[in-house]
Design a protein around this ligand. Structure first.
Ligand code: C5P
Length: 243
């Protein structure tokens, strides 16, 4: 499927930022329109791989957001195990370099072929949105967040990853850099009128998709809504208006 052809409900990745399996699975059961759920460091550390199996047993896809960053062999083997656990999407820090990303793409592809399943989507994390120019300088990087994001997005593409995670404000420049077929996944999404919480730079779902984002990571506007399924359905309706 070309990125532009993704149906609206499948563009929404619901972030399961909850403390335990019971809360996570309750959300998964409620959101019957949803296709993909993000399990991050906190929930995975609390509940381990069995949670991933249970989400999949409910017919949903798992985005395993562990932001891997280590030597190529370690990241490659971790990506392989992620495929064994059935993860459809995984994240890797692009600053781990080309060999690390290439190895992960290779091992994930190998493992998927062995199992006769589609190759998972490996996404590169560029510069965390919690970092600013001063923070980059303090770790010896050029203090130019936008320039670094573009450089790392290009490196992720050249290394064989399928896409990147970036902030909504970077969608257009990254899209120009990577072309139409490389995936862009954006958090920091807030439907019009929603509480922005701790997100500083937010964008509505429809604007993010209109600017070129393929998938939207959305947590609290769905998970903390009075009716998560209604909140989800409202976002789908909003996305159906994007041409
Ligand atoms: O609740 P909210 O919609 O803000 O959740 C967004 C999700 O995206 C969280 O899981 C958060 O960790 C993740 N994320 C983010 N900003 C980034 C990277 C990831 O908000 N730059």
């Amino acid at each position: 499927m070309t990125p532009a052809a993704i149906p609206p409900a499948q563009r929404i990745i619901t972030a399961l930022d909850v403390e335990n399996k019971a809360q996570a699975l309750a959300l998964v059961r409620t959101l019957d329109q949803a296709a993909l759920f993000k399990v991050g460091l906190e929930l995975f550390t609390a509940e381990g791989p069995s949670l991933l199996q249970e989400v999949q047993a409910l017919g949903k896809g798992v985005f395993l957001d562990l932001k891997l960053h280590d030597i190529p062999n370690t990241v490659g083997e971790a990506a392989r195990v992620g495929v064994r656990h059935g993860a459809r999407m995984m994240t890797i820090h692009t600053s781990g370099g080309r060999a690390m990303m290439a190895r992960a793409a290779e091992t994930a592809g190998e493992e998927a072929a062995k199992r006769g399943i589609p190759k998972p989507i490996l996404l590169g994390v560029t510069i965390l949105t919690s970092l600013q120019n001063d923070d980059l300088a303090s770790v010896g990087m050029t203090p130019d967040t936008a320039g670094q994001v573009l450089r790392l997005a290009a490196l992720a593409k050249a290394s064989g990853l399928s896409g990147v995670v970036c902030s909504a404000k970077e969608i257009e420049v990254v899209r120009k850099e990577v072309g139409p077929d490389f995936l862009i996944v954006t958090p920091g999404i807030r439907p019009a009128g929603a509480d922005v919480q701790d997100q500083k730079r937010v964008m509505t779902p429809s604007l993010a998709v209109a600017k070129g984002s393929d998938y939207l990571v959305i947590g609290r506007p769905i998970t903390q809504a009075a009716s998560p399924s209604e909140a989800f359905a409202a976002i789908v309706r909003e996305l159906e208006t994007v041409r």
